[in-house]
Design a protein around this ligand. Sequence first.
Ligand SMILES: Cc1cc2nc3c(=O)[nH]c(=O)nc-3n(C[C@H](O)[C@H](O)[C@H](O)COP(=O)(O)OP(=O)(O)OC[C@H]3O[C@@H](n4cnc5c(N)ncnc54)[C@H](O)[C@@H]3O)c2cc1C
Length: 223
Amino acid sequence: MNTSSHNLTTLRRADREITDRATIEAILRRAEVGRLGLAVDNAPYVVPLNYVYHNGAIYFHSAHEGRKIVMLKANPQVCFEVDEHYGTVRSNKPMSHSTHYASVVVFGQAQILADLQQKCEILQALLDKYAPGRHYRALRIDEANNVTVVEIRIKAMTGKTRAPFYPGDKVRLRLNGEPDVRLGAGVFEVEMVDEAGLVHLNNRNVCLPWERFESYFGPGDGD
Ligand SMILES: Cc1cc2nc3c(=O)[nH]c(=O)nc-3n(C[C@H](O)[C@H](O)[C@H](O)COP(=O)(O)OP(=O)(O)OC[C@H]3O[C@@H](n4cnc5c(N)ncnc54)[C@H](O)[C@@H]3O)c2cc1C
């Protein structure tokens, strides 16, 4: 791909783009691990981190030294990725298995926070995310001296998701899964998948979790 002529935030699969900002922000709030991408000269580096999405920016804490700190000082233009992996959607065709996920890619500018009060606020936000209710005293401001806190100001971000099934898809109960006496064997058409991940079927008064189904493409290859 010629990166100079390509719009880097245009998804090739526009049907999978998450366009709703509130949905993107909800993923950023929920996800547990983010991956920080850095590049200096000809050396890319990706490192997994805990983080918090707070007041419209990404924050993480770190030791004062180390490769990521050296690199982000040399080039503060960074990329940050988070995702939720819901599982694998199995199929009866070898090339049609799929993954159910939601992910966000952020492009931004990193800076090391100097203000102790602000560092404390971010460390508290990290505690509230990862260890809610575990601390009987607030952080002391001097404790913020022990770590580096990095802010990533977001310049652009994109969200992408792959639902397990889309309306009109043909599905059947997973071959190695439990039978369902109400549905029995057969091929069914998906009406929709709701927010709880339940698959509603056309002309059937039964809905089951998406994990119970696999894609069906008709007799033939892999059937
Ligand atoms: C789920 C998760 C959450 C984490 N949360 C945090 C966090 O909130 N803050 C934080 O500072 N760190 C966190 N870490 C650790 C983080 O991934 C880095 O190891 C750490 O930040 C040190 O990075 P560095 O670039 O300073 O490492 P350095 O020790 O300077 O890196 C030197 C080399 O070590 C190797 N290396 C570094 N980290 C890793 C790694 N994770 N896995 C394999 N090889 C590695 C690389 O080859 C790198 O080039 C987390 C790790 C995981 C898996």
